[in-house]
Design a protein around this ligand. Sequence first.
Ligand SMILES: O=P(O)(O)OC[C@H]1O[C@H](OP(=O)(O)OP(=O)(O)O)[C@H](O)[C@@H]1O
Ligand SMILES: O=c1cc[nH]c(=O)[nH]1
Ligand SMILES: [Mg+2]
Length: 218
Amino acid sequence: MEINILNRQNTVLNKFIAEIRDRRIQCDSMRFRRNLERIGELMAYEISKRFRYTPRTVETPLGEAEVELYDNEIVIATILRAGLPFHQGFLNYFDDAQNAFVSAYRKSKKDGTFTVKVEYISCGSLEGKTMLLVDPMLATGSSAALVYEALVEKGGMPAHTHVASIIGSEQGVDYVQRHMPHATTSLWCAAVDEELTSRSYIVPGIGDAGDLAYGEKL
Ligand SMILES: O=P(O)(O)OC[C@H]1O[C@H](OP(=O)(O)OP(=O)(O)O)[C@H](O)[C@@H]1O
Ligand SMILES: O=c1cc[nH]c(=O)[nH]1
Ligand SMILES: [Mg+2]
């Protein structure tokens, strides 16, 4: 699996990551959502470098211009809730993409562990398409791997899947490498942190992305 960690190069992305991590800035939920969206836009640009391009001719008022355009059929798939602002960033650039939405949540057990439950799935055909599975947090990696399986079962097999996450953990990166198809999946993270808490929150991470974007849930 191709793995791309974007903050290994210093760019303006660092500022957006710093703002979503900073406890004094992240509590401004409108700015937090917009930062997830801005990171989605930057990642869309980076991922577009992997697409397949063919030459086209565009008529201008004064003549004809040659331009290379991608012809991948793109599906942007998102895990509710925290994925929504990130998804919007991708959709701002891939404005003609199809879209898929999946609900996944952590169901706690009495012993303090949890399983991830996938319930709602809305998607069209994925067969032969380029799927972008976007979710800002990759903690244990279970949500991404289970949602991928559920989407493929319902929509068919994409030609290639780009899993895009903002903050990953080393454990999550390792998990998706072991549980997703090697040849047809790429992973993109803005940053990867070393640790998880006993409740599988990323350290230093950002906290709970869904709550920061939309408020605490019961
Ligand atoms: O890699 P994992 O260990 O599976 O964790 C990552 C998941 O956790 C977050 O969602 P959460 O369950 O907090 O739902 P929310 O978006 O509704 O807050 C996040 O958006 C991922 O979907
Ligand atoms: O650190 C984490 C882990 C899962 N979900 C989050 O929102 N944050
Ligand atoms: Mg959450």
